[in-house]
Design a protein around this ligand. Structure first.
Ligand SMILES: Nc1ncnc2c1ncn2[C@@H]1O[C@H](COP(=O)(O)OP(=O)(O)OP(=O)(O)O)[C@@H](O)[C@H]1O
Ligand SMILES: [Mg+2]
Length: 273
């Protein structure tokens, strides 16, 4: 289980997160959703100890994230950040092997090689294994980074927008793979996704964030409601049932307040010409 207790993050006078208190149950897939700037990445990077909270504490699998030894934590939890700017000229296989570092400390054993091969296979990267990262498409590179995180073989896996750059087929494949990792390997998967329909289709739980706090949290069925989604995303969203699943649809004519203001300016500009 992940426990989050009174966590806040401030930059100068501005508090961008919290206070957040909550739990993410062990096992299954939990999706963090919410508009840009809601605090999703901030919360995830604090859970992953890549960012220090201003206040509060987090435990993952019983380890106090602030106090635990790096190696213990790295064997319990892996995290993929939203932005990955590795500039070194590495092959896909070399990148994925980095995921084994907490286990091997740089000297790969047979067991490490087995995990690297498994992770490459898991995401269909076998044919690309010897390619350099700068010879890949954006979506292929994204899969390589997720493979690196999975090769770490931790109980808890945190992924910030793993579907970035993926086409529909590869997004579905990635989600099925993450589901398998939860169902068959018993892992606890926490992902940030923007497509609420993808979140609903593959998650056991959804945590909806807004303005630095958890606005709603529950099963997909509990969160997939027009009133909840419209409030969280600040735009009219309808929820329909299709093939037995709740599907959120946006109103193509919807205009946000900001957009209306811009329009009015444009209209007045046109009028004054
Ligand atoms: N280093 C920083 N200094 C100041 N403000 C920051 C910093 N990092 C993030 N923020 C602010 O914190 C808020 C939350 O950012 P965060 O990256 O957590 O949002 P998010 O929910 O992940 O959004 P997105 O969907 O766009 O990735 C934003 O308003 C952002 O501008
Ligand atoms: Mg983010």
């Amino acid at each position: 289980m992940i426990t989050i207790t009174d966590v806040t993050k401030s930059y100068g006078d501005e508090t961008v997160l919290g206070p957040v208190t909550g739990q993410i149950a062990k096992g299954g897939v939990t999706s963090l959703v919410g508009p840009n700037g809601a605090g999703k990445s901030t919360l995830m990077t604090i859970i992953g100890r890549l960012l220090e909270p201003s206040e509060g504490s987090v435990t993952v699998g019983g380890l106090d994230v602030q106090a635990a030894k790096s190696r213990d934590l790295a064997q319990m939890m892996s995290i993929l950040r939203q932005e990955n700017h590795i500039t070194a000229r590495l092959t896909v296989r070399e990148l994925v092997a980095f995921g084994r570092f907490p286990h091997s400390q740089g000297r790969l054993t047979d067991e490490d090689h087995r995990h690297v091969d498994l992770a490459l296979d898991f995401l269909g990267l076998g044919p690309l294994a010897e390619r350099f990262l700068d010879q890949l498409s954006g979506g292929q590179r994204q899969r390589a980074f997720v493979a690196m995180v999975l090769a770490q073989d931790t109980e808890y896996v945190l992924l910030d927008e793993p579907l970035n750059n993926l086409d529909m087929k590869h997004a579905v494949l990635m989600m099925r793979r993450l589901r398998d990792a939860a169902d068959e390997l018993g892992k606890t998967i926490v992902i940030i996704v923007h497509d609420i329909n993808v979140a609903a289709a593959y998650s056991d739980r959804i945590i909806a964030m807004r303005d630095g706090t958890i606005a709603y949290s529950g099963t997909a069925a509990e969160i997939m409601r027009s009133d909840i989604l419209s409030e969280v995303f600040d735009t009219p969203i309808e929820v329909h049932e299709l093939a037995g699943r709740p599907i959120a649809v946006f109103d193509p004519m919807a205009q946000s307040v900001t957009h209306d203001a811009v329009r009015t300016d444009e209209e007045s500009a046109v009028a004054s010409v």
